[in-house]
Design a binder for this molecule. Structure first.
Ligand code: HEC
Length: 280
């Protein structure tokens, strides 16, 4: 019995080494995907250890949060990333960088784009009033500040939705592009695929499905799908214009059409049949 086992192990080893010679490339990709799943940079912990890098002052023309030209004390986010992560081990084209914020907001962008764009992690506003790190940000009538970090760029178009400018950032996370897609994609349903594409673009930053996605808004699928406790027509209208249902609603009006909203609801209905199970 023992020799059979040894034999098996040896032949497996042999096959494996042959494969790894001929298919080095594929293997490398597989490895990097595994590595990527793990990468999280806790920015506050790095700050505490004095590992954010050198302070500098950057100027942002037409800052999209303050709507004017601003100057910040900042560190170079690219240097920071490269200091902490061996990017040669990361499959850059297939990776997303996700910015985790205090309130559960989790915007993401392609890592490749991030690496091209001169990102800076601002930690203090040069024009802040005494006693504060930031000039106040006014949003929906509420005043807030950008602590602890605000992600800015010195050479990105400030009106391009692909670039994310989150404030209250606490973590950077690198994740394989395919990870969420595999779990949330309605592979066998073409109609739901349309809504899925919209959902990915417009909703996943704030909402989770089966536990995957942002946490600023409520989970939409598990244990009960919103399609089970909302009337379908209301749900479609709510997604188009949340403020027409709830006073001081925190969900923004996203500028999506009624038809797009219907497609998203079709996707949500599909996912209600594909809930998280105990095994994942
Ligand atoms: C910027 C964050 C944000 C985005 C983007 C966003 N939502 Fe929301 N959403 C929220 C928040 C916060 C709430 C809770 C609203 C409240 O009651 O103030 C919410 C509530 C909801 C609800 C009601 C849930 C319930 O149980 O009553 C639905 C449905 C919903 N969102 C769907 C969507 C869909 C679909 C999209 C994409 C088209 C989307 N949201 C995009 C933040 C967001």
């Amino acid at each position: 019995m023992k020799t059979v086992k040894t034999h098996l192990i040896l032949s497996c080893f042999f096959i494996f080494s042959v494969l790894s010679c001929n298919q080095k490339k594929e293997q490398k990709i597989e490895q990097t995907v595994n590595v990527q799943a793990e990468i999280v940079l806790d920015l506050l912990a790095l700050q505490e250890k004095n590992k954010l890098g050198k302070d500098t002052v950057v100027t942002v023309i037409n800052d999209p949060v303050y709507h004017k030209t601003k100057k910040y004390h900042a560190v170079n986010a690219l240097f920071l990333l490269k200091n902490e992560i061996d990017l040669s081990k990361v499959d850059i084209k297939n990776t997303l960088i996700i910015f985790e914020c205090i309130d559960g907001y989790k915007p993401e962008m392609p890592l490749e784009l991030f690496l091209e764009t001169n990102p800076f992690l601002a930690f203090k506003d040069v024009d802040a009033p005494k006693g504060s790190n930031w000039e106040k940000i006014v949003k929906n009538g509420n005043e807030m500040d950008a602590d602890p970090f605000y992600l800015v760029y010195t050479s990105a178009p400030t009106d391009d939705q692909e670039y994310k400018w989150p404030y209250n950032v606490i973590k950077f996370r690198l994740e394989s592009k395919n990870k969420n897609i595999e779990v949330l994609q309605p592979k066998d349903d073409e109609k739901a695929m349309k809504g899925f594409a919209l959902y990915q673009k417009q909703c996943i930053t704030c909402h989770a499905i089966n536990g995957i996605g942002g946490e600023m808004g409520p989970e939409l699928n598990y244990p009960k799908s919103v399609t089970e406790y909302w009337k379908e027509r209301d749900l479609v209208d709510y997604i188009v214009n949340p403020a027409s249902f709830r006073h001081k609603v925190k969900m923004p009006t996203l500028g999506i059409t009624k038809q797009e909203s219907q497609e998203i609801v079709d996707y949500l209905k599909y996912m209600s049949e594909h809930k998280k199970t105990n095994s994942n």
